[in-house]
Ligand binder design. Sequence first.
Ligand SMILES: [Zn+2]
Length: 136
Amino acid sequence: MPKAAKQHTTVRTSARERQRIRDQWVAKQKPGSRYERNRAIRNRPHVREFMRIMRNRMPVCLDPFGLHWDAEATVVSEDVHHIEPLCDKPEKATDPGNVIAVCRSCHGKLEGAAARGVDTTEACRRAREAWEEEHE
Ligand SMILES: [Zn+2]
């Protein structure tokens, strides 16, 4: 089906629901996990500010798995995901080319895949390139 023919709906979860999903996910993370190692870098004020700016620049989930596209949905972005992980490439923490904005669901899938050793960088790069083509 050609792109223009798709009818999109915007899905927005409540702040309470987003917090519940986040709390559930955080509770599952183990000490010394990727999440824990990344958090120290992510919580630095200049990194947090950079991520806020990038999320505003990409207000919708870039849909790295193509799930929203398949569902004909546009989903509001809630998180910023580092394509090359903070724990591996801390020097890319504030590299605008190293992030994609995602919804909480896609972010959970990306981090879950990474925790299982699945490389998601190509899927993220493709999503980012597709967005650049439409918006730059
Ligand atoms: Zn998403």
